[in-house]
Design a binder for this molecule. Sequence first.
Ligand SMILES: NC(=O)c1ccc[n+]([C@@H]2O[C@H](COP(=O)([O-])OP(=O)(O)OC[C@H]3O[C@@H](n4cnc5c(N)ncnc54)[C@H](O)[C@@H]3O)[C@@H](O)[C@H]2O)c1
Length: 236
Amino acid sequence: MMKILVTGGAGFIGSNFVCQILREHPDWEVTNLDKLTYAGNLENLGDVEGNPGYYFVKGDIADREVVDKLLDQGFDVVVNFAAESHVDRSILDSSPFIRTNVQGTQALLEGARQHKVKLFLQVSTDEVYGSLGAPGKFTEESPLLPNSPYAASKAAADCLCRAYYHTYGLPVVITRCSNNYGPFQVGVRASSLGRDSGKPSSGIFKMSPGGSELRVGNMLSIMRGCTPKERVAGSV
Ligand SMILES: NC(=O)c1ccc[n+]([C@@H]2O[C@H](COP(=O)([O-])OP(=O)(O)OC[C@H]3O[C@@H](n4cnc5c(N)ncnc54)[C@H](O)[C@@H]3O)[C@@H](O)[C@H]2O)c1
């Protein structure tokens, strides 16, 4: 049995993750901590309603008291999806991005360190690498060159994750997928796909070519047995 704290599990990707993980592992326990901002929607989680292994807590990842109280329950894994995630909103006002994406990640990292979780999975974005020219590709060694307040806040969170790994030995994995699309996506994101990346999704959560199921399989394999040492992003 694995006990997982998922944050932002009422959002687009997090809700798909929660539903899939409980479908594939009915004996696991998933607690979903979500502030329910405009982007969170509990209706996304209809599939797990009434599931005895699923718990929902409304709360803010930047609130240390909430985080500590939850982590006291003893979790094996923390998966951090919670974020202010829309580039255009970050251009209008970056403050909530700093609070949730930076302070919130720090609060979770600190809690995870103190409570000795076995894996901290930080869901980041390829936008931390900045813009890609027509040819070319990003690798884990690419420098962090964020171009929007959103990307900068995610890059800052990645730096904190790296620091917690190197300073305290917290087992951290960072994923940096590109744009995702699929069920439960909030419209504004879908319509800004082209602008954000100029290319179709190629991240680990991408939809299968003609399919309707979000692939979170790679996240699951990370949780099932990766060596954090090999996975901590090397490019920060
Ligand atoms: N959507 C994409 O294409 C994409 C691409 C790359 C990376 N990502 C990353 O994946 C993660 C999930 O993205 P998404 O598109 O599902 O986001 P989303 O905006 O759909 O959902 C975010 C969720 O986090 C919750 N939340 C926001 N602030 C919170 C706080 N302070 N405390 C607790 N919960 C809070 C919201 O209520 C919502 O349920 C994010 O970290 C994002 O940066 C997304």
